[in-house]
Design a protein around this ligand. Structure first.
Ligand SMILES: [Cu+2]
Length: 123
């Protein structure tokens, strides 16, 4: 009887932890289900790897400097569709930065591999 009560208490506690963690404002334990490859990102660090911009879309505030770091062995470019910016070839291990000073949606692509596309939304 005593053992069963402890068992039920543990189950209730576990359920409580599972439901309470995401809503807990001052928890020191980070929720573990943040997807690191979430495409709705707010990062200003974009990694070029495996022939893709990661994340492919990010939302930043006006004045943010966004940096693209190339981790592919091939050279890539970060070229805006309306020619607002153009990195030229970024070789392996190099990076390119651009500061967005005007609100808007900026689509860009790689001149060497036009199927590589990305978006920066500036708010
Ligand atoms: Cu490329």
């Amino acid at each position: 009887m005593h053992t069963r009560k402890i068992g039920i208490t543990l189950v209730v506690l576990l359920i409580g932890v599972v439901f309470a963690l995401p809503n807990c404002k001052k928890d020191t334990v980070q929720p573990t289900y943040n997807n690191p490859v979430d495409t709705t990102s707010t990062t200003n660090q974009i990694v070029i790897s495996e022939m893709a911009f990661n994340p492919s879309s990010t939302t930043v505030s006006v004045g943010t400097t966004v940096t693209w770091a190339n981790r592919d062995s091939l050279a890539h470019t970060v070229t805006s569709s309306n020619n607002t910016f153009d990195s030229g070839n970024i070789t392996y291990g190099s990076s390119y930065s651009y500061t967005f000073t005007t609100e808007g949606t900026y689509t860009y692509y790689c001149k060497n591999h036009s199927y590589m596309t990305g978006t920066v939304i500036v708010k």
